[in-house]
Write a protein that binds this ligand. Structure first.
Ligand SMILES: [Zn+2]
Ligand SMILES: [Zn+2]
Length: 186
């Protein structure tokens, strides 16, 4: 998952991954120290499961997830969610390329065609980054409509493409010279 953050510095892109939590301060800027009010934590519940993302907010934090004000606590985050801070907004973008499985389980037969990697033109076992479904590269690229083989999963299957990302017009807030005083003194 990537986080597109719009604040006074413009739009910046941040990677959410298992290695470290992404922490954001009250003004909507990434926080390296203890000033964070919101933390986005990524976990992979099991080796075959897709990544999941949680938002943790501190007591009193002025952070909003979509229409819900989050005082303190934990909420699950998903693709397309909007997070609002004071003078900043973030959009989560879950688009990703299929993951190449390269551990021992990649030598198991494809769950769809039962063919193993290395035989009959199969060069890789791939996993959907959204639902975790696995298949060999031949099955993967023959997915109907170019989407993941799982019914209802809207993840694009193509391995070589530009990732979808939010446009500037997808953000709900406007930051311009007049915005500096907004929200103050109410
Ligand atoms: Zn297959
Ligand atoms: Zn999928």
């Amino acid at each position: 998952m990537r986080l597109f953050l719009l604040n006074a510095n413009g739009i910046t892109v941040h990677e959410c991954n298992e290695a470290s939590a992404l922490r954001i301060d009250a003004c909507g800027a990434p926080a390296a120290d203890d000033t964070w009010v919101a933390s986005i934590v990524t976990c992979v519940p099991s080796p075959r499961a897709p990544e999941r993302h949680a938002l943790i907010t501190r007591p009193g934090a002025a952070v909003t997830l979509g229409p819900d004000r989050l005082g303190a606590g934990v909420a699950e985050l998903g693709h397309g969610d909007h997070l609002f801070f004071v003078g900043a907004e973030a959009i989560l973008a879950g688009d990703a390329l299929p993951k190449v499985i390269d551990d021992a389980t990649a030598d198991e037969p494809c769950a769809v065609c039962c063919t193993r990697r290395g035989s009959d033109g199969r060069t890789a076992i791939l996993a959907c980054p959204r639902c975790g479904a696995r298949a060999c590269d031949v099955c993967w690229l023959s997915a109907p409509g170019g989407y993941c083989l799982t019914t209802g999963c809207e993840q694009l299957a193509a391995r070589d493409r530009q990732l979808a990302e939010p446009k500037p017009s997808d953000f709900c807030i406007w930051l311009d010279d007049d915005a500096a005083g907004d929200g103050e003194g109410q």
